[in-house]
Ligand binder design. Structure first.
Ligand SMILES: [Zn+2]
Ligand SMILES: [Zn+2]
Length: 341
């Protein structure tokens, strides 16, 4: 008789319903996979979109979580570059098809047949996780699990977006939305030597923005223009309105990088009367960015390990996953909720 080993996980059993913390079968690693004992797993607003039936269809029951870190406790028979005891993290994207044009270019982020945590296999909000050996990244010594987890989505997202804009040395980088992504965007901009500017109408975020590294804090695009504008505007909010307004402060050849998705009812508007002519004349760009490749995860993790990035976290036990989810979906978390199984 064989007994199936189980693990505790936060399970989505129905769309738009509370997560259930319960026992599920513990996954076993295939030949090129590793089994990770999850030590921290960050919650992302993407978890909310997916739980509500947005972005991609979920096969239920599902376990979400796409910024997990932990220790390898078992390796598959073909694994050569990872060993039991390694501290690693991984992201949602586990593998491409290996056969299409994009995979052939080494660019699995554009593959149409990706294997993703949460969608094709259980994600990180659990005691254990199976990941592809090739999709794991070693954690530098001295970077704690709790600090490392949010880098694998949030940190990677903001750093990928900033790098996508290809800012020149000394560039002025403005951040819209000082939340889960934005509080990291300010820190990454500053850590990389750029001039960091926070755009926020929340008075209570002015002092905090400066603590996070903002050289200047302004209320809107007009105020941004008055202080000399920005070469890069990183839009990290779950709404496009502030980003549209901030365009008034974009410098010639500057880029707006959109990395936070709004709800289905909201369009990104380029105001014709105020902004459109300026964007034409000054040859400005709007870029859309998510996580643009493995090199940026590496850079984001290294900057975090250098001590220049401090993720502001609220930690929850796996048993409290439902409470953590409710706070994320209500926008109440300051600034990243992390499950610590
Ligand atoms: Zn995410
Ligand atoms: Zn492919």
């Amino acid at each position: 008789m064989t007994t199936v080993e189980t693990m505790k996980a936060a399970v989505v059993t129905a769309l738009d319903a509370p997560w259930e913390v319960k026992a599920v079968p513990r996954p076993r690693p295939g030949p090129a996979q590793v089994l990770i004992r999850v030590r921290a797993s960050g919650l992302c607003y993407t978890d909310v979109h997916l739980s509500q039936g947005g972005l991609l269809p979920l096969e239920l029951p599902a376990v979400l979580g796409h910024e997990p870190v932990g220790e390898i406790v078992e390796i598959g028979s073909a694994v050569r570059t990872r060993k039991v005891g390694d501290r690693v993290g991984t992201s949602a994207l586990q593998a491409g098809c290996g056969r299409c044009e994009w995979c052939s270019r080494g660019d699995i982020i554009d593959c149409a047949d990706q294997k993703l945590l949460m969608i094709h296999r259980f994600g990180g909000h659990a005691e254990y996780l199976v990941a592809e050996e090739a999709a794991t990244m070693l954690l530098p010594d001295g970077l704690s699990f709790e600090q490392a987890a949010p880098i694998f989505c949030a940190g990677n997202t903001v750093w990928s977006g900033l790098r996508a804009a290809e800012p020149l040395p000394g560039a002025r980088v403005a951040v819209v939305g000082i939340g889960g992504l934005g509080h990291l965007a300010l820190q990454y901009a500053k850590a990389a030597g750029f001039r960091a500017i926070a755009i926020t109408r929340s008075k209570d975020k002015h002092a905090l923005s400066r603590e996070l590294g903002a050289d200047e804090v302004v209320e809107d695009g007009e105020a941004l223009a008055r202080i000399g504008g920005a070469d890069v505007i990183l839009s990290t909010a779950n709404s496009y309105r502030t980003a549209s307004d901030a365009l008034r402060g974009l410098r010639p050849r500057g880029s707006l990088v959109v990395m936070g998705a709004a709800g289905p009812e909201e369009d990104l508007v380029i105001p014709n009367r105020t902004v459109f002519p300026q964007m034409m004349v000054n040859r400005q760009k709007i870029l859309f960015s998510q996580q643009n490749g493995r090199e940026f995860v590496h850079e984001a993790v290294q900057l975090a390990a250098s001590g220049k990035i401090r993720v502001l976290t609220e930690t929850y036990s796996l048993d409290d996953a439902r409470k953590a989810y409710d706070r994320v979906s209500a926008g109440a978390v300051r600034f990243r909720a992390v499950l610590v199984p």
